[in-house]
Design a binder for this molecule. Sequence first.
Ligand SMILES: Cc1ncc(COP(=O)(O)O)c(C=O)c1O
Ligand SMILES: N[C@@H](CCCC[NH3+])C(=O)O
Length: 463
Amino acid sequence: MSAVGGTGQPSGTPWPASALRDSDGALAVGGTTTTALAAEHGTPAYVLDEGEFRLRARRFADAFGQAFEQVGTGVDVYYAGKALLTKAVARWAREEGLRVDTASGGELAVALAAGVPGAELGLHGNNKSDGELEAALDAGVGRIIVDSLGEIDRLADLAQARGVVAPVMLRVTTGVHAGGHEFIATAHEDQKFGLSVSAGPGGGDSPAVIALLRVLERPSLRLLGIHSHIGSQILDADGFAEAARTVLRLRAHLGIRTGVLVDEVDLGGGYGIAYLPQDSELDPFRVAHEIARAVADACRELGTPLPRISIEPGRAIVGPAGITVYTVGTVKPVVVTSDDGGTFTRLYVSVDGGMSDNIRPALYGAAYHAEIANRRSDAPLALVRVVGKHCESGDIVVDELLLPGDVRPGDLLAVAATGAYGRSMASNYNLLTRPPVIGVLDGASRVLVRRETVDDLLALDQG
Ligand SMILES: Cc1ncc(COP(=O)(O)O)c(C=O)c1O
Ligand SMILES: N[C@@H](CCCC[NH3+])C(=O)O
């Protein structure tokens, strides 16, 4: 066996630490070869390495726990279920000491079905329905992150009608713009999330201050704290530190204005990972240390006690724990004319899935790494584009890649780091059935979410 990657290597690698090549050259993850997984479960399949997930969850809890303990406060780590939520995943997160952040009634239902107590859950969303808010109140969700004035009023009314007090945080936008693609940066002003901390017209109260005051006016709401999420796939700590300073200033302002110094500040998720062999991921210990220092310095300057901190990593926990295994179908050389008038050949390698199981390349231009998984090959490398089977020319799995030129129909292709926002953003485009999620650990595999069937699709269609 030879290692192909591993967590903790300085320059990151996109494969889970357990990834190996066996003596036949087959890629194995969590002690099971992709050939055995494909034979037992079929392709395409999402394969999730339980050990890697748990290790990463623990590293976040340890890194942030230690860093904030050093400056004198505590931390709660919420696993962001939007990245991938199944009952098993929710249980693993909880067993590693994490809470779970949900973003819809569906995610909330799965986390509750997994046995996560309501008190350990958060509920997000810029457009929660009354039904979702009621479900959260009924489950005793520990924090409902409110996102608009209208929602504050609706939630207060619903809580009042039930005779309960809803614990809320207010999501604010700090103006810090961080992360990869424009669609995944969430704290700049001109987008749908949160309430801005910038002063209103003519220097009046900011929308965030107005909303905080509104929460404090309602006896059926208890203001736990302030929430900021600046974006996703962020690769340095500066944005987090800047957002933390802004939120802490707002907290201090509210304290002076009302006498209420909120107990908690949530700094959201967004910790970046390695997608390609040459990428580096954000080291949770380093970023935790830098954020803790920024929070401690800001509180000292503001003369306020430290709040309890929470964070919501999703991608950094589940992303590198997942790979997708496909079977290669059509292989087609296409002669392409380049800008300088010359020509080159690009090998189009079609797999049995595509944009329905991974929309990220089409949506964000996201880059991925893939390897032939069932065998070793010494064939000269060819320039390859891995594409799916959808009726869409943008149906690209890996835009550009060097693969052994003898890649052929029937080969297995494994794509690394697909654990986050793959299955959770999957669709049935072209009525493809969504792939299963197969958990692997110590040489055993089990179905966490089964493959959809055509019967599932027909069952939804009422004629
Ligand atoms: C409010 C909130 N928290 C947490 C996350 C998780 O982000 P990531 O998976 O990048 O850690 C997101 C998604 O970007 C989010 O919108
Ligand atoms: N879904 C996005 C990240 C945004 C997630 C939620 N705010 C991605 O795949 O990168």
